[in-house]
Design a binder for this molecule. Structure first.
Ligand code: HEM
Length: 541
């Protein structure tokens, strides 16, 4: 998305948003590929292998935890299984029509991922999926694995979450606001100033991607990618690996699982090299940090421990001295790098885009920023007062959720609300995009209306919206970085709005293309056909 910038103060904080980075293949091709994949899987009777965001070779399909389907709940039990906000029966009542018929008569003839995808009518109302989302996102690890950012089995995910969650405490977040988020955002503004002065347009998707890479590097390992300023082999490697992860999520066949092919196909050779560079860099950072922690005999003092000279998550994790190997630590950190980089960059891109299309919302957000901060840097406490801007970000995540689809693989046979019969090894895909844009779920579903989320009410999440709003997913696999990401996005936009005005470069046809997140693209389609097409694409991408 290209934008034109102008310095704030005198005339304006104006930046022109314009065209786009087609990172991924054009949408129609993606959706055809997935269809073909599903048909092939059905034909060959192999479990689906759609993966998003994994590094390196994918693990083998997990063995079922329970080989005895009779251990499953009876239908009465099923109906009364509680999900914290109601039983399945109540959930079904959330939609007027309940779940639509979805080829449930002959489930054994189909692979469920195909079955579920094919039988939800396109465009789906979103309401059906909301009900399913309510139920299976909150089911414990043992029953479903696979997430948007990796396929780790239940235990692996639990270990990872237990390891990283304590590091994201409030004190850490407030230190990050000051030491990392504000500084990186200011650096972005400095980088944009020349564009503003010269009246040149700028690709904001690229700039936000660089910003969020710098932020996540500093926060995770106190490593400055400095991608806003420079190019380096490590930055190249990160982008190559991320792009590969995204491409794999839409490849027709997972040919890259074959060891030999990984050694001869140029794209795979490049990807393997990139992953090696990243792994070695992170291993080096871990080793260095470990040396310092050991030399200082550092001991953690309390749950909200932050080291002043190095407040990173790596330092916290090493100082806690939990039983975790360097390889595990490296993989925890890399999964956070993948999960936390492009997502936040995309949220920033689309929020800016939406604000550029709605001058009254933009004016309100700018006014709030000026009133609350009066030109000073935002602190952790100030963020609570930036209510309108925060709702703009929520509304942007409603319209453009990243990732647009959540994936789970069933480890045991199950029956979801609406009598969706699920067999072991089958994939279930929930289109967050459809839920978030469903007219049965939202009034003015396609409109950008930040006020729909009460400014004085609680921050919207999956629980207080009954799974109508699930940008960070929900249940045991919910995003661990939700608070971090929200703060990062609020601070970046605040500093951006304080310093720059912006407008879209006129006459652009901005569209979407999906990978692990929704990217902007100027390969556009118009009107109803385009929307219809996207609905379809996002349901199965
Ligand atoms: C606005 C930005 C972000 C969005 C929209 C987002 C959204 C999500 C979603 C939807 C999931 C998948 C959950 C599922 O499969 O049910 C997820 C997982 C995850 N996110 Fe985020 N995320 C964001 C930023 C971050 C950041 C900044 C971090 C790290 C600091 C992070 C760390 C993770 C991790 C580690 C997982 C995997 C959890 C697991 O393996 O169970 N995310 N995120």
């Amino acid at each position: 998305m290209f934008t034109k910038v102008a310095p704030s103060k005198d005339s304006s904080r104006r930046l022109q948003l314009s065209s786009l980075v087609p990172w991924c293949s054009e949408g129609m091709i993606v959706c055809k590929k997935i269809n073909v994949l599903c048909l092939l899987q059905e034909e060959l009777k192999i479990p689906p292998t759609v993966e998003i965001g994994t590094y390196g070779a994918a693990p083998d399909p997990p063995p079922p935890l329970s080989s005895d389907p009779s251990n499953k709940l009876s239908s009465e039990d099923e109906a009364s299984r509680s999900f914290g906000f109601g039983t399945i029966t109540e959930l079904q009542n959330l939609t007027e029509s309940g779940i639509r018929h979805i080829d449930a008569e002959e489930p054994s003839k189909r692979n469920a991922s195909y079955s579920i995808m094919a039988s939800l009518p396109f465009p789906s109302t979103g309401a059906e999926e909301m009900v399913v989302a309510c139920s299976f996102l909150v089911i414990p690890y043992d029953d479903y694995n696979g997430g948007a950012y990796g396929e780790g089995g239940g235990l692996e995910v639990e270990v990872r979450r237990r390891a990283v969650l304590p590091s994201l405490h409030i004190k850490f977040l407030s230190v990050m606001v000051n030491k990392v988020f504000c500084r990186c955002a200011l650096r972005l503004v400095e980088k944009l100033r020349p564009y503003a002065i010269n009246g040149a347009s700028v690709n904001m998707e690229e700039k936000f991607s660089q910003l969020t890479l710098d932020v996540i590097g500093l926060s995770l390992f106190n490593y400055n990618f400095d991608s806003l300023t420079s190019d380096s082999p490590v930055i190249d490697a990160v982008y190559t690996a991320l792009k590969e992860a995204e491409s794999r999520s839409t490849d027709i066949l997972p040919y890259w699982k074959a060891h030999l092919l990984r050694k001869i196909i140029p794209r795979q050779i490049k990807a393997e090299k990139a992953v090696t560079i990243i792994r070695e860099t992170v291993e080096e950072l871990i080793a260095k940090c470990k040396e310092i922690v050991d030399a200082e005999g550092e001991q953690i003092n309390g749950e909200d421990y932050v080291n002043d000279s190095d407040p990173s998550i790596l330092r916290f994790l090493l100082a806690t001295r939990d039983e975790v190997s360097s390889v595990q630590l490296r993989d925890h950190l890399l999964s956070m790098l993948v999960a936390g980089h492009e997502t936040t960059g995309s949220v920033l891109t689309w929020t800016l885009y939406l604000l550029s299309k709605d001058s009254s919302a933009l004016a309100k957000a700018q006014e709030e920023v000026d009133n609350v901060l009066g030109g000073k840097f935002p602190t952790y406490d100030d963020v609570k007062e930036l209510k309108y801007l925060t709702r703009c970000i929520h509304e942007s995540m409603r319209l453009y959720p990243h990732p647009p689809v959540l994936i789970r693989r069933a480890l045991v046979a199950d029956v979801l609300p609406g009598n969706f019969k699920i067999n072991v090894g089958q994939d279930i895909m929930i289109s967050v995009y459809n839920i978030h844009r469903s007219p049965q779920v939202w009034d003015g579903a396609e409109d950008f209306m930040p006020e729909r989320f009460d400014l004085e009410g609680p921050v919207p999440n999956e629980t207080n919206t009954n799974f109508r709003f699930i940008p960070f997913s929900g249940g045991p696999r919910k995003c661990v970085g939700d608070q971090f990401a929200l703060l990062e996005a609020i601070i970046a936009l605040t500093i951006f709005l304080q310093n720059l005005n912006f407008e879209l470069v006129p006459d652009q046809k901005i569209g979407m293309t999906t990978g692990a997140t929704i990217h902007t693209t100027n390969v556009g389609f118009f009107g109803h056909y385009y929307k219809h097409f996207l609905h379809f694409l996002n349901l199965i991408a």
